[in-house]
Design a protein around this ligand. Sequence first.
Ligand code: MRU
Length: 369
Amino acid sequence: MKVDGRHFCSIWLEPDGWSVGAIDQRRLPHDFVVARLTTCDAAVDAIRSMLVRGAPLIGATAAYGVALAMRADGSDAALDHACRTLIATRPTAINLKWALDEMRLALRPLPSSQRAAAAFSRAAAIAEEDIAINRRIGEHGLALIEAIAAKKPPGERVNVLTHCNAGWLATVDWGTATAPIYLAHDRGHPVHVWVDETRPRNQGASLTAWELGHHGVPHTVIPDNTGGHLMQHGMVDLVIVGTDRVTANGDVCNKIGTYLKALAAHDNRVPFYVALPSPTIDFSVDDGIRQIPIEQRSADEVTDMTGRTADGRIETVRIVPDGSPVANYGFDVTPARLVTGLITERGVLKAERDALATAFPERIAAAAE
Ligand code: MRU
């Protein structure tokens, strides 16, 4: 999507053909800074420090991390070490494991001398596939927005609520939850987005608002607890969120607070959709609440807030009393029964085992191996 009129992806191969460029998301929305990753360790650090984040982008970064490792050393030991180090960076987003499995599958049969070239080519293909998948998610989600628009007086906007950042910054391009929104906007449908700020790291306020603003999509940032009130007053037509992992039976793991939005949506009969690329489905797990590992992050994300002062300095301040204990669970699980539909690259599916298995039989087969 566009930044100041120029097209950007969140990650790319530099013209030198091997180093990897990525937008440093820790610096947004105040500074637009591009990082250059030249080693597998740099990719590990980029994922762990959230220079890059969002399930599909974490997967693509890990794939490039393996390629950078293979450039330095194409041995079995180096491949295993890279995969082991990368998988340990973040526990919840399953796209990380998917991408590493894909890389291992492509590289294992090859002699070590051929692995670097093959790794860069598979990593680039994973990134390209993500863009194509999200574009298809956009088309399927657009139909949902158009159906709602058709029931409104001409010109009245469709109000979408979203949580966290499941935009192009969280993927390689387009985003998952935002792809239908960008397409609707580009095709002239009046659409407006309620952007949950998404404490504690504020991915909504800092990232979703930034990217929607740069693309010219009307939006309003709201404190996380506002959604229920808006829904009670008919101010939300549908919710679309992204996800870090969907179980075989359709449970949805996403940024902490998503479950509360799903409950509010259910109580107010507001459709609650989840947009996901198929690499986010984990067919090996069917009880999201008990089986998905939930990342617990450091206390300072809750105790401290960083922002820009009136005179332009970036400062971090403490907002919690010294000594108060803090809990920082990164994700929660929304049970499938609260999900109206899963917007995938193969259509809008019921959040049910049969629907997912029928749409993605090859993934079921791979999970059984
Ligand atoms: O902790 P983050 O910022 O990596 O979490 C990201 C989210 O929860 C996103 O909403 C999710 O990964 C979907 S990304 C298309």
